[in-house]
Design a protein around this ligand. Sequence first.
Ligand SMILES: [Zn+2]
Length: 473
Amino acid sequence: MDYKGLVGQYKDALISDLFGLLEIESVKGEPAKNAPVGEGPKAALDYMMSLGERDSMVSKEVDSLAGHLELGSGDKLFGILGHVDVVPPGNGWDTNPFNPVLEDGEIIARGVQDDKGPTMAAYYALKILKEQGMDFKYRTRLIIGTDEESDWQCTDAYFKSEEMPDAGFAPDAAFPIIHGEKGITTFNIIQKHTPLDEEEPNIELKVLISGERYNMVPEEAEAKLKVLQNMSEVIQSFEDFLRRDDTEGEYEIDNGFLKLGIKGQSAHGSTPEAGVNAGFILLKFLNELNLDNNATAFVKFANSKIIGNFDGEKFGMAHSHEELGETSVNTGMINYTEVDGGIFGVNLRYPEGLDFESGLRDFEDSIYEEGFVIEDVTRQEPHYVDKNDPLVSVLLDSYRNHVEDDTEPFTIGGGTYARTLEKGVAFGAMFKDTADTMHQKNERMKVEELLLATEIYLEALHRICVKGEMDED
Ligand SMILES: [Zn+2]
């Protein structure tokens, strides 16, 4: 099959259908009748359904949150999972984010890269195969979600009532293939009671605050102290501390309180060591002071269990997997108030092979004596498809037939839409040199890349769903 030639014939139709989709403001909004995540995402879903109906595909909507378009017949099902909701446009655009323009070979619009462009590329791969009059060995389904950017209500609802594909991919990340993702958890470590201590403190810790999100390394930290004696000595030791570690920080005396601020370096929660956790630095300094009892317990705990615990060793949850790598721990939020005590908001990511639940239970048992408990646990399991699985090899081969690139399939600490498939990988649509403009102003995708992705998807679907290559070995 001449994949490139075929896709070329559909170029104008593809771009025109994509423009129609990009014009829909499918940002999550207030629930409305038959639109549980808002009118915009529902309109984008309806739009895709109507394309499928126009092109004589079998269509089905599920709970107004998701839907699919299907081709072929047979027992086996192959799935492609894309989404048509987008994040809010934000400010600073050079064009109207919902009025797509084609400029210098690039389409500029919110969602063109994430994930409307790649979803439309997959749609056209299905459409072209259908119009070639192929006999399918797999039923081939494009599944479309409308809540990927928020809570994944779409796939939750969809897979509650619909069949799980035997295999599939999500065109919602990068080429060549992401075949593994760590388990992602969040939890809070909360200070409940403080063992009594008889010493006379010199400093009362009123407030400490650092970070706002589990999945980011805190860039700033602030504390407010009441110093009972020798304020100047405390300030002197703070200045010495900053100088010693070459740290950026400042202090201020405000209404008799001493306020301390530290600047660190932000990074994504999946790579905590790439950042500098401002909260950690501030806690290290506080550990040198003679604080009140409750604050002492909080700061001592932080120094023994939290600071520098990037691999989970201090939780007893370090684990390593050949391909998925190691446990990573980001302490994205650190808060303390005199009244409520301390709380650490943790984002722990782990590879296959770690028993997260029992590990967390053992850790909680071990910190009870120090006055801490664990609450608010959320968890997504690790997701992994063997690199030697025929799914991975056929997709990789289809990619390499169009792109000169030896990059091997890889794994990440983050989560992609592919994890909602039982056996699914992320497959495109960003290429090696593609500028990642997802969730940013002036989001863009090259027409050339849109067509190339379509060719790759067409070849992959042809080989898997028509020729049955995945089942050969
Ligand atoms: Zn996406």
